[in-house]
Design a protein around this ligand. Structure first.
Ligand code: ACO
Length: 325
């Protein structure tokens, strides 16, 4: 994983908007977040996380056959950030594309990468989640500016005969909820000698209450469906890694699933909502601190703009980090 150096605390935010550390902690669980500096781009953050993932997995960049970058903040509209990342990493013979499913993006990308491995098309796939959503935040809007941070995380998928890795997948989308969370990005066509409208800076717009209701419902439902598809029961689940948006959403989902707090991984107090990066950043920290052990059954659930959602049950393999290094 990679996080930018610049820290923005709740007390810092008190200087920009009418809010308080007490309000932010009690309503969201977030204490601080990291902001991309001028030196950080989506590609540079993704590259840093990817290099670590490749090193820990013991995989040479030239052995990667497919690179999927989950992001909704690509550095450019074209080419894809995945293509730039591929070159940056010295990956020479891989397909590469961006995948946008907002905060559900990493679980979507992991699901897509898994299908290529399972089908026998590719043996080694690099899956990355990287976002710099704070570029699109209006720091005078206290409803959104307190929530988001920047970062990146990456995993390497490899073919294996063992019954481990991604055991099940659930993907969902309900476009009726698109107006609840969006960043405008379309500008009018420019006609030679014609008038061109001025384009306002795109800022995130969010109906927090609607997203909250949706998230609590879908996190539980998607997790149960993924567990069922894996042929497991809730009692078989050792660790729940939810998208890190709001501690109250995570707690409500965990209560619905009757999961005790020690089975739920949380790091949003330090990073806020890092969009597609949140789940791989949790995986990296959970492995690093020994919360992920070989043979554990882990549920990953992401949700976000779309509205979209995705869940996987993953059996942590004996070669995962925490074991390799
Ligand atoms: N500081 C102080 N007061 C605030 C703040 C703030 N930062 N923000 C809102 N308030 C005020 C409101 O103005 C309101 O005041 P009023 O009653 O006088 O009108 C009051 O606090 C309550 O506001 P609510 O919006 O009802 O607060 P709520 O408890 O719902 O929390 C929050 C708001 C934190 C945004 C919550 O709705 C939430 O987390 N929603 C989910 C958002 C989310 O997960 N988004 C990311 C999805 S992932 C992706 O794809 C990017």
């Amino acid at each position: 994983m990679y996080i930018p150096e610049r820290v923005l605390t709740n007390h810092d935010l008190e200087q920009f908007v009418e809010t308080s550390d007490e309000w932010i902690v009690s309503r969201t669980g977030i204490r601080e977040r990291r902001l991309a500096t001028s030196a950080d781009t989506t590609v540079s953050m993704a590259a840093s996380a990817s290099r670590q993932a490749l090193r820990v997995a013991g995989v040479d960049p030239t052995d990667v056959e497919l690179l999927i970058l989950a992001t909704d903040t690509p550095d450019k509209l074209m080419p894809s950030s995945a293509s730039v990342l591929q070159h940056e990493l010295g990956i020479t013979r891989a397909g590469a594309f961006d995948l946008d499913a907002a905060c559900a993006g990493f679980v979507y990308a992991l699901s897509v990468g898994t299908q290529f491995v399972r089908a026998g098309v590719y043996r080694t796939v690099l899956v990355v989640g990287a976002d710099a959503l704070t570029r699109y935040i209006d720091f005078t809007d206290r409803g959104t500016c307190i929530l988001f941070g920047d970062g990146a995380g990456a995993v390497v998928l490899q073919a294996s005969d063992a019954h481990e890795g991604v055991l099940s997948t659930v993907l969902g989308s309900d476009g009726r909820g698109a107006p609840h969370l969006y960043v405008d990005g379309i500008r009018p066509a420019e006609v030679p000698n014609g008038a061109v409208d001025s384009v306002p800076l795109p800022h995130m717009k969010m109906n927090g209450a609607e997203v909250f209701k949706f998230a609590v419902k879908v996190m539980g439902e998607a997790a149960v469906e993924a567990i069922d598809r894996a042929g497991l029961t809730l009692a078989d689940i050792d660790l729940f890694i939810p998208h890190q948006a709001n501690l109250r959403i995570i707690d409500a989902s965990a209560r619905r699933l009757e999961l005790p707090r020690e089975k739920v991984f949380v790091n949003l107090d330090r990073y806020g909502n890092t969009s597609a990066a949140s789940i791989p950043m949790c995986i990296a920290e959970a492995a690093e601190c020994g919360r992920l052990q070989p043979g554990m059954n882990v549920v990953l659930v992401g949700f976000g703009a779309g509205l979209s959602w995705a869940a996987n049950v993953v059996r942590w393999g004996a070669t995962g980090i925490g074991q390799g290094e």
